[in-house]
Design a protein around this ligand. Structure first.
Ligand SMILES: [Fe+2]
Ligand SMILES: [Fe+2]
Length: 407
């Protein structure tokens, strides 16, 4: 996984631990233990644990904070039981498994001394926003690692081929999260992923929603990484930190993950071929797109810091992701209609006002009162965007689908 899909409303949720669901990074020469699973090819990084009074840098939880996901694993087992589901094309999954086993990026994520040197040169607000980018990206990647690892474990008996692919995808995500976390160490910070696993809330999605949401998350991640990579290749003067040089191969992992979900969806035609599937497809597209747009517009300093116009970048990513998604989802949003962007921009303005209330000196009661009309306005913009005439899409002929490298 690479992109965040936080605005999506949970169907229901539970917490493995009722403690506050913030996570922390420690400051100043303290780093925390980073615990990855055995499926990770990254060795666990161990260093000094922070004391209880360590200076903690919290990230505020909001609708837009990256989430962790869980699902109904029993239903997943039924969906992937080859005796029950005759649509499962095992030869296609075998082919995909070979792709994953090839492990194209096995030796890709190797760091060098440029990282620390570049981090040391970064100062002021850019440094701060850069750290936040690393933290959020690491959390989003790690979220994928946890979900795929569990799916790999739970599907082992029912469908060993699909299970192994999930395990190999969790290997990729662990690598991505680990690489980002090592990036944080250049800033003398580290996410405590073991703590995060236990303390964070998990959002529950039924399997079909996991398929829509993760497909979109992988494909949008692909388009984000490749767009940043291409931009920085053309404009090397903005290459302020070497992590972006790794995005070209990295995004191919995300693309393969997305293709795997595409194959999973094809094996479950009931999730693609009726009016409900169309409504859910549009819902998930909208949730993922709005989440990205609002998140990125809150952090335009980061995108400007690497020489991008935030809104232009986002619209490019949205349009490309939507075109890719239209190959498999039965309906997508008309993101190329200028009215869609106008709606997104109005959401940004409303969201900024909501954020400003949060930062004001008012007492909580007054803040909540002031928020009500704005939240209503935001909800009505989102609903209006959802109700825009959609683009009918999808394909009953999936012959063109083959695992492939896309540049
Ligand atoms: Fe990833
Ligand atoms: Fe991924």
């Amino acid at each position: 996984m690479a992109a965040e899909m936080a605005l999506i409303k949970p169907i229901s949720k539970f917490s493995t631990n009722p403690t506050r669901s913030t996570f922390f990074t420690t400051r100043k020469f303290n780093t925390t233990t980073v615990k990855m699973s055995a499926t990770s090819s990254q060795p666990a990084t161990t260093s000094k644990k922070p004391g209880k009074k360590a200076n903690k840098n919290t990230i505020k939880e909001s609708l837009l904070t990256p989430r962790f996901y869980t699902t109904d694993f029993d239903e997943m087992e039924t969906l992937f039981n080859t005796e029950i589901n005759k649509n499962l094309n095992q030869s296609e999954f075998q082919a995909l498994l070979q792709e994953f086993k090839t492990d194209y990026n096995q030796t890709h994520f190797v760091r060098n001394k440029e990282f620390k040197e570049a981090a040391d040169k970064m100062e002021g607000p850019l440094r701060q926003i850069f750290v936040e980018f690393l933290e959020r990206s690491c959390t989003a990647e790690f979220s994928g690692f946890l979900l795929y690892k569990e799916l790999g474990r739970r599907l082992k008996k029912t469908n060993p081929v699909v299970a192994e692919i999930f395990s190999l995808m969790s290997r990729d995500e662990a690598r991505h999260a680990g690489f980002l976390n090592k990036g944080l160490s250049d800033f003398n910070l580290a996410l405590d992923l073991g703590f995060l696993t236990k303390a964070r809330k998990y959002t529950f999605f039924k399997p079909k929603f996991i398929f829509y949401a993760t497909y979109l998350s992988e494909k949008i991640g692909y388009w984000r990484y490749i767009t940043i990579y291409r931009h920085l290749k053309e404009n090397p003067e903005y290459q302020c930190y070497p992590i972006f040089k790794y995005f070209e191969n990295w995004c191919q992992d995300e693309n393969r993950h997305g293709d795997f979900f595409s194959a999973l969806l094809k094996a479950q035609p009931q999730f693609l071929n009726d009016w409900k599937a169309k409504l859910w497809s549009r819902f998930f597209c909208l949730s993922v797109y709005v989440t990205m747009y609002l998140n990125d517009c809150q952090r335009s300093a980061f995108y400007e810091g690497i020489g991008l116009d935030t809104k232009e970048f986002d619209m490019h990513v949205l349009i490309e992701t939507n075109r890719t998604t239209a190959r498999i989802f039965p309906a997508v949003l008309d993101v190329e209609n200028p009215e869609f962007k106008r709606k997104l921009d109005r959401m940004v303005v409303i969201n900024e006002k909501i954020l400003a209330i949060g930062e004001s000196e008012d007492i909580p009661f007054v803040k909540n009162l002031k928020r009500i009309p704005l939240i209503a306005a935001l909800a009505s913009e989102i609903l209006a965007a959802y109700l825009m005439p959609p683009v009918e899409s999808g394909s009953v002929d999936f012959a063109e689908f083959e695992p492939q490298i896309v540049y």
